[in-house]
Design a protein around this ligand. Structure first.
Ligand code: NAX
Ligand code: ADP
Ligand code: K
Length: 494
């Protein structure tokens, strides 16, 4: 699913208006019908509603939604913050509301006066949407401060008011609505995927308002959101006559004294994601541990003929000592096909930056933000880190998986793909090792590097989500993710 900038969204709206064709007021009516149905699915008529509308089309949506809720029997009051002029569609919806429910509307022009509401009121925030161009001040800022201190549930229309769709200042004192849930129109906004905005956006759901499919197809964007339909067709079918040789041999270079678990988790994840054979390379002290934990895996303490492996993953728990650095350097100088680099392999590279040039084109590296900053320098904001990921993925022709709540895959062609699966229960030791194992498993089976990156990240998060059906966010551990890989695959085949 593509992610567009707010200025692109304006053009997509306009294209729909001209080519469907549909008048802009009817498009607003269609959008608010959808918003209305989403809202009544969550909140009953027993819940009092206070609607805050602004002067633009986001305010127009709010006024129309208010009218629909009043029609449906909700107890709703509407406050229009109107110091200057209304957009034409907002004006029309103000008139429609006044015609039908003249006593429901309160218009504030100069100063914000807090409406009297009960504690169980749901506030609908339609002050500003994708037209916001600068931080809020004056009566708008006062309104936002009031909303945030009520303690009420807040439903934001399209975007929490005060938040820009893309990059935002990191000044956390700016007036921005803290929404419980955001009903966003047609497309996720980039700002929703950035950790610094989590307090404002809350949960978010996409409302399909019927933007013209041709406009969506023709408009290009570097950014996209990875959803199930992108992955489903990528899962390879197994032939009846297949044998273990059909699914490749993965080499996992992982673990060290005291870090046997990293090799166990990585190798197990590679096997559970479908590799035909898995060999673990590690120190002698880990032999019994690995072979007891995973009898299906081969264990080696010497490395020969790396060409025989279909996928090589190196890094989890290897440490950054000279011996590990030598092994990494040897591997990188020997191989000429894409490999997977994680954890300490990345920490070694950040200490010896020249090694980055040895990483074969098409390789996949999987840093979390700290590892990323060690590699490419400290970033002040997530947006800056994303730009660096894009730049370096292109420069070194590699896939960079910047791990997080919405892990980002930066591709050598400059695309930026955000993952949609996963949950905070996955913030637990070894969860990254599991991802590395899945990547190795898929690469060994002959998935292209791009398919490997996208499918692995999606599957990893999906398995984590399935694990949460039995575990809590606190109790979930990395092995649970591996245990749910089977169900994760099946969920993509149903
Ligand atoms: N046909 C369309 O374009 C549709 C638009 N829709 C709604 O329209 C919204 C966008 O509407 P608008 O473009 O009118 O924008 P907004 O309603 O977000 O903003 C209104 C206007 O406020 C001004 N403004 C920006 N920042 C300000 C600030 N800090 N202080 C004071 N004024 C400021 C701008 O001139 C802006 O155009 C979407 O978020 C969505 O809710 C939906 O109705 C669907 C259809
Ligand atoms: N809040 C979260 N939501 C979704 N996924 C998460 C969340 N926290 C962590 N993850 C995922 O879990 C993995 C953690 O990896 P990493 O930080 O390398 O852990 P470790 O080093 O302990 O193995 C990443 O794939 C990340 O995307
Ligand atoms: K809003």
């Amino acid at each position: 699913m593509k992610i567009f900038s707010t200025s692109q969204i304006k053009q997509l709206d306009q294209y729909t208006i001209e080519h469907e064709p549909i008048s802009s007021i009817d498009l607003m009516e269609r959008a608010t019908d959808k918003l209305f149905h989403q809202f009544i699915g969550r909140y009953s008529q027993l819940q009092p509603v206070c609607i805050i509308a602004g002067q633009g089309n986001n305010g127009g949506d709010a006024l129309a939604l208010g009218r629909k809720l009043l029609h449906a029997g909700y107890t709703a009051s509407v406050v229009l913050i109107n110091p200057t002029t209304l957009s034409p569609d907002c004006e029309t919806n103000k008139q429609r509301l006044l015609d039908e429910f003249p006593t429901a509307l309160n218009i504030l022009q100069q100063q914000f006066v807090a409406p009297a509401i009960s504690d169980d009121t749901v506030i609908i925030d339609g002050l500003f949407g994708s037209g916001l161009s600068r931080p809020l001040t004056g009566i708008f800022a006062e309104t936002v401060h009031w909303i945030n201190q009520t303690g009420c549930e807040v439903v934001a229309i399209d975007i929490p008011s005060g938040l820009q769709g893309e990059e935002n200042s990191t000044d956390n004192k700016l007036p921005i609505v803290k929404a419980t849930i955001t009903y966003t129109l047609q497309f996720p906004k980039l700002a929703f995927l950035l950790p610094e905005n989590a307090d404002f956006v809350g949960k978010w759901e996409i409302i399909d308002i019927g933007i013209h499919p041709k406009a969506i197809e023709q408009t290009t964007s570097d950014y996209s959101y990875l959803v199930e339909e992108d992955i489903r067709n990528q899962i390879k079918k197994r032939s009846k006559f297949s044998h273990k040789g059909s699914f490749g041999h993965a080499l996992i270079i992982a673990g060290n004294n005291g870090m046997a678990g990293a090799s166990v988790l990585t190798a197990k994840a590679a096997l559970r994601s479908g590799a035909g054979l898995v060999t673990v390379f590690g120190p002698e002290c880990n032999r019994i541990i690995v072979q007891t934990a995973i009898p299906e895996a081969i264990f080696k303490t010497t490395l020969t003929a790396t060409v025989n492996y279909n996928a090589i993953a190196i890094g989890p728990g290897i440490g950054t000592q000279a011996e590990s650095a030598e092994i990494l350097k040897d591997i990188l100088s020997q191989i000429n096909k894409s490999c997977i680099l994680d954890a300490d392999a990345l920490n070694i590279i950040s200490q010896q930056n020249d090694l980055l040039k040895l990483v074969p084109e098409g390789s996949i590296i999987t840093p979390h933000p700290k590892e990323f900053d060690r590699l490419f320098g400290i970033s002040d904001s997530t947006c800056q880190r994303i730009s660096k990921a894009q730049e370096n993925a292109k420069k070194y022709k590699i896939y960079i998986i910047l791990k997080g709540a919405h892990s980002l895959i930066a591709t050598p062609s400059g695309r930026l793909i955000f993952n949609s699966t996963g949950n905070p229960g996955m913030s637990t030791a070894g969860s990254g090792d599991v991802l590395t194992g899945i990547l190795a498993g898929l690469l060994a089976q002959g998935y292209s590097t791009e398919e490997t990156a996208t499918t692995s990240v999606f599957l990893h998060g999906r398995a984590g989500d399935i694990a949460l059906e039995r575990e809590s966010e606190e109790s979930l551990i990395a092995s649970d993710i591996i245990g749910c890989l089977g169900k994760a695959y099946k969920s993509l085949k149903e």
